[in-house]
Design a protein. Structure first.
Length: 206
């Protein structure tokens, strides 16, 4: 009988030794603040966990919202938990075309001057003056891995994918924390262009 935990441990050690990083492909999603969540879903409500994500403590919720822009609507956009201090919407460039908004490429949390957007939930609506972005490609890196490989928080590196549509992604930001699991996040357009799927491995290039 295969011990999946042992297999995963061995895989992680191989990845570590080779300087590789597994990919998590990120589709459009929403992070909500407590006040905005209550407007959209009702006071006294709480997020309902659907499934855990790879990053510790992060999860996809059952709740979804509708996004409205000047030229279009996108329904059933997944909310991720837990709730945050500030509402943030992460979209692909194609999503922004459909909505009719101009989203900047930004690091998470850097929302000043980002795109305005309306969120519609089952109980109410929230009109944000800013908050919609395309996520700056990044690597979540555990502190011990960063120390061993001599990486630091905020460092910009490249990452190489050796597939049939091989590519080197430049301008990849490293984010270091003892709360992170090793994972590189690409949005769905970046991944599709290179034929990358969840779990594929990329080599980090300094």
């Amino acid at each position: 009988m295969v011990n999946h935990q042992v297999v995963e441990t061995i895989k992680n050690e191989i990845v570590k030794q080779l300087g590789m990083v597994p990919v998590g492909v990120s589709n459009r999603h929403v992070h909500l603040s407590q006040p905005d969540f209550e407007v959209l879903f009702g006071e006294g409500k709480s997020l309902t966990k659907m499934k855990d994500l790879k990053q510790p403590g992060q999860y996809a919720a059952e709740e979804t919202v509708t996004l409205e822009g000047p030229r279009g609507v996108i329904k059933k956009v997944r909310v991720l938990g837990p709730l945050r201090k500030t509402t943030q919407i992460e979209l692909s460039v194609s999503d922004s075309f459909k909505l009719g908004i101009n989203i900047p490429v930004r690091e998470s949390g850097k929302l000043e001057g980002s795109a305005a957007i309306k969120l519609v939930g089952p109980k109410g609506e929230v009109m944000l003056g800013e908050g919609a972005i395309a996520a700056y490609r990044h690597i979540h890196m555990p502190l011990d891995y960063a120390e061993e490989k001599a990486f630091h928080d905020g460092q910009i590196v490249s990452a190489e994918f050796d597939g049939i549509r091989s590519v080197i992604f430049k301008n990849v930001m490293i984010r270091v924390s003892d709360k992170y699991a090793l994972e590189m996040h690409l949005d769905v357009e970046e991944a599709n262009a290179a034929g990358i799927v969840n779990g594929d491995l990329l080599r980090i290039l300094k």
